[in-house]
Write a protein that binds this ligand. Sequence first.
Ligand code: NAD
Length: 386
Amino acid sequence: MVTRIGMGLVGAGFVGPHHVDAVRRLGFVDVVAVAGSSDESGQKKAESLGVPKGYGSYQALIDDPDVHVVHNATPNYLHYEVTSAALAKGKHVISDKPLAMTAAQSKQLVEQARRAGVVTAVTFNYRGNPLVQQARHAIARGDIGKPHFLHGHYLQDWLLKDTDYSWRLDPEKGGASSALGDIGSHWCDLAQHVTGLRITHVLGDIATVVRTRKKPRGSREAFQAAGADEVELVDIRVEDLASVLVRFDNGARGSFSVGQVCGGHKNDLVLEVCGSKASMRWRQEHHNELWIGHRDRANEVLQKDPSLLDDDARGYAHLPGGHQEAWADAFCNLMREIYACIAAGPPYAALPPMVATFEDGLRANRIVEAILESAADGGAWTRVRE
Ligand SMILES: NC(=O)c1ccc[n+]([C@@H]2O[C@H](COP(=O)([O-])OP(=O)(O)OC[C@H]3O[C@@H](n4cnc5c(N)ncnc54)[C@H](O)[C@@H]3O)[C@@H](O)[C@H]2O)c1
């Protein structure tokens, strides 16, 4: 008989409910509690998600013996304290990215997690797409030869207008970076994951395109459209646009751009890897297709179809060809792997490589910090700390 596992969610804004949906699909996880920023919001969120208990503080949720796994989907500035408190209580933790606001905080969490001996993961969820796994295995097998150039972008438009505002733009709440930390970190994680390479050096050029914004006086969750609320003018200090040159540990070169002010680009993450034999490209907005580029024959587009995928990637596709799988399905793939590890019980085995670890979360912080340092130095090549 499968032991049932209790999940508790802290922070039920935009992404939190997707954590709930994903674990519900696993069949052996009970969503037992939600914590909000007040009793009222905790109870309201619990009711709207059909969760039995709603708490007004994360500590109350962590103290609940029915909660075995804490999902941290709070704004960035709370990541460290919520995760640290959950680890101190011996709970498994699934943290949304970033692991913490700074590399120094993330390092402490890595060490605390090691001591706690529980299962911990960070949701770099694009790894969970079946065609991302297909590309990873194909590249490891040598299908495109030795990678020598990785390029792409991650562009969005939800901060294009000066009436767009989010806590992500407040360094106290979001951290020292906006576009790079929020979405550039996904691109870097994906590039490293798909190729098995590590980013060693970066050269960054960053800009704040919308320098003054109209901040609503009331609170608002991510991606909610601006209303007619009263506003105050605020100066923006974090970047909403960046271009970065990258070097990898095998000598490969790369470049990527991130922007939250690029009209028409909704969640446009593109990664292309050019190797000595061929190229491969995956685009999040068309994520049921993998482009394979050849020199001496026609290019191909591999459709997400379990019967066409390699054995190692097939398990991540759950519908036949032509039935589109999407963001939420990839997110669920991640949860399936993490909860399988939790369900197997102690001593907990290492997570499969498809899941980002706290060490990967720390690495993401270090890359972003190196890019900010490079930009502050006027665009100097900067080494990513190991
Ligand atoms: N993996 C992904 O693709 C992805 C996507 C979106 C967001 N995220 C990450 O998830 C986190 C949340 O982002 P979001 O877009 O959902 O933000 P959001 O603002 O929509 O939601 C955050 C929620 O946390 C709640 N909250 C604030 N203080 C709290 C407290 N003390 N205790 C409990 N809850 C509290 C807020 O009321 C809100 O409901 C961020 O760190 C972000 O980087 C990851």
